[in-house]
Design a protein around this ligand. Structure first.
Ligand code: TMP
Ligand code: ASP
Length: 259
């Protein structure tokens, strides 16, 4: 494949050195993991869809003034991004109880929350990304208080925008995960949105049927994960590069495998 220098390989993406200093190429894999990589698999065509969905959402967020690392999509599986120092915090935004929140606090999945909840997890695979309080973040210097103010304000704006975007296509935005990075300019840095926004890191439920259109299909062995990701892209008005024929190709691939 590529002879570019690989900077980092994560569970769902690879980062390569970019064409100019301060840039990286973000490559989207079909690999899927869950429960801190205890469960591993692939979702056929996922990388192509996540690349396209993330491009779309980051572009729309840019239009409302949310700065991000996204520069442009390069091809089916790659995008050019600004190099940032990732803040080691996963920001979880929740509108409806589900997943680990429901488990931890015994709240039935699907219960609407009285207001949007922000949670923070410390990014450390060896610890299983534990939930932490803002006090831990300040105490251990993972982010400054000013940075946390920027992060939380951006997370709320992103949620308001995305909840409306998905509501418009009949999808309930239950929760999602964001990552932020520091963009350096000399001695100064500012916080920008990084990573990706795709059905890998969001819970998306059909508004009418509550059908899951996200990675929970994989996590919970529900099947139909590739179709669910395609459905989200379709409702957003997106198709993989090459137009609907690309989606058709994914369809025929699936048929060949007899699914
Ligand atoms: P949780 O309910 O498992 O804590 O997940 C909350 C949201 O964050 C859900 O939309 C999935 C997303 N998420 C990730 O993107 N990566 C992760 O490692 C975890 C644990 C959750
Ligand atoms: N991607 C994460 C992992 O592999 C967790 C998840 O999305 O459920 O552990």
């Amino acid at each position: 494949m590529s002879r570019r220098r690989q900077i980092y390989e994560g569970k769902a993406k690879i980062l390569y050195e970019g064409p100019e200093p301060g840039t990286l190429i973000q490559y989207f894999k079909d690999d899927a993991t869950a429960f801190n990589a205890e469960k591993k698999g692939t979702i056929s065509g996922k990388g192509v869809i996540n690349n396209r969905v993330s491009e779309h959402i980051f572009t729309l967020l840019g239009n409302i003034g949310i700065p991000s690392h996204f520069i442009r999509r390069l091809n089916m599986r790659e995008q050019l991004v600004k190099q940032v120092e990732i803040v080691p915090i996963e920001v979880i935004v929740r509108n409806v109880a589900a997943g680990s929140l429901s488990k931890r606090l015994g709240i039935e999945e699907g219960t609407p929350l009285p207001h949007t909840l922000l949670e923070y997890c410390y990014k450390d695979d060896s610890l299983g990304d534990p939930l932490v309080a803002e006090e831990h973040i300040a105490c251990f210097g993972w982010a400054t208080q000013d940075e946390m103010q920027d992060i939380s304000a951006m997370a709320i704006r992103i949620n308001d925008f995305m909840a409306g975007l998905f509501a418009g296509i009949g999808i309930k935005l239950v929760d999602f995960k964001l990552e932020f990075g520091r963009l350096f300019d000399g001695d100064f840095s500012r916080i920008i949105l990084a990573d990706e926004i795709s059905p890998d890191g969001c819970r998306l439920w059909d508004m009418e049927t509550n059908e899951k259109l996200d990675k929970d299909r994989f996590r919970r062995d529900l099947g139909g994960e590739a179709e669910a990701y395609q459905e989200v892209a379709r409702r957003l008005g997106l198709f993989p590069e090459g137009g609907p024929s690309e989606v058709h190709d994914l369809d025929s691939e699936r048929k060949k495998r007899g699914k």
